[in-house]
Design a protein around this ligand. Sequence first.
Ligand code: C5P
Ligand code: MG
Length: 167
Amino acid sequence: MAGSSMPPVRIGQGWDTHRLVPGRPLILGGIQIPSEIGLSGHSDADVLFHAVTDAVLGALALGDIGMHFPDTDPEWKDAGSIQFLKHALKLAAQRGYALANVDSTILLERPKLKEFRGAIRENLSCAVGLPLDCVSVKFKTGERVGPVGEGLSCEAQAAVLLAASPK
Ligand code: C5P
Ligand code: MG
């Protein structure tokens, strides 16, 4: 339950990176993108859901995703990352907060993602329970520089605003 001293809004930011490897699916925001390379990781390695989850946990000052879902725990092997996001949102609701909006950026050299923007946004908006116009997903290349630019990794960044739920 919300206490009287609880801030009316809380801001959070999250970042994640995963290595691109052959033989793994490329899942971004719960959408599988056709690609010969995908993201390695203990879970489904959905870098966007991980960044948004960390942003929500950060807004609540509740640590990071690895504290809640250790990557050494067999329970989370190949887990759908939507579970992590839903858990973070439940922690927010238990503290009297609801998500107001999400902004995010995926950094990936290739494949191009713009044709999947609608699907990724829609899936993220369903996952977090927000209307589409409160969910933003942007894409950037690494301009062929650094691990993203050299095609070695995919990164995601997210910012969220949590607002105290009306009582
Ligand atoms: O990185 P840069 O600004 O050159 O990207 C140009 C555009 O290409 C972006 O605005 C984005 O919409 C798109 N893009 C994409 N898929 C990526 C990277 C960028 O569709 N993997
Ligand atoms: Mg991750």
